[in-house]
Design a protein around this ligand. Structure first.
Ligand SMILES: [Zn+2]
Length: 241
């Protein structure tokens, strides 16, 4: 126990505990990245804290999702020190201007290094980031596509990535072609997953009828919860004025 506090991980989420002479546990979810901070009574055990946090986990997840939605709607300049969304988490951008090839690297804890030529414009920086986002989405979606095609016993003709303004995904059932919105790489992977399953389900049932919903519930019992969570986000990328 220290005065400045310490971290526990609850349900995969780091939680900062601060011991204080308070009567009751207080949970705060702080913007912009949804950091969780607890004021904990001095005599309360870590186990009791864990249980209390778990009992509020749905509320906490909702708050965090709300903040990540806000974060994603901030127009980005890709400047040094800027907050960058990636797979539902916030990373700090380190801009490195150097000769040679442009690159993007994720370094822990929570840093994204963007290397560009000296004096690169905002559009050039965005292009490097978008190319990287696209590669990362491909890398993340490919195993999900493989896994779910096997489980569901369907085969897409092909799947591709593009920016869409109004949809997270789409499926051309005749061509058996699936489109995934590039913006999904900024959100938690479980939201990408529900789109993968949704679009693959269209290969079995083209419309959103009762059969479609039954199939979705069989494959992914919490699909409605996930799709609802997606509703708090816009599929349209944030644009600078
Ligand atoms: Zn659909």
């Amino acid at each position: 126990m220290t005065q400045s506090g310490y971290f526990l991980t609850v349900a995969g989420i780091p939680v900062l505990l601060e011991r204080k002479p308070v009567k009751h546990l207080r949970i705060k979810v702080r913007p912009p990245e949804g950091r969780i901070q607890l004021s904990v009574p001095l005599q309360m055990s870590d186990d009791a804290v864990r249980k209390a946090v778990l009992s509020k986990i749905n509320w906490i997840r909702k708050q965090r999702l709300h903040f990540s939605a806000q974060l994603r709607t901030l127009p980005l300049e890709y400047k040094d020190g800027e907050k960058i969304p990636f797979k539902g988490r916030e990373y700090e951008l380190t801009l490195i201007e150097q000769q040679g090839r442009s690159c993007v690297e994720v370094t822990e804890p929570r840093l994204i290094r963007l290397c560009v030529r000296p004096g690169s414009s905002r559009d050039a920086r965005r292009k490097v980031m978008d190319d990287w986002y696209r590669r990362e989405l491909k890398k993340t979606a490919a195993p999900l596509m493989g896994k779910w095609q096997q489980i569901m016993g369907v085969q897409a003709g092909e799947w591709r990535i593009k920016r869409m303004k109004t949809r997270w995904g789409s499926c051309n059932t005749r061509a058996r072609r699936i489109w995934i919105n590039l913006e999904l790489i900024k959100l938690p992977v479980y939201l990408l997953e529900v789109i993968v399953v949704h679009e693959l389900t269209h290969l079995l049932e083209p419309s959103h009828n009762k059969r479609f919903k039954t199939l979705m519930s069989r494959f992914l019992p919490d699909w409605q919860k996930r799709q609802k969570a997606l509703k708090s986000h816009s599929p349209r990328p944030a644009k600078l004025p």
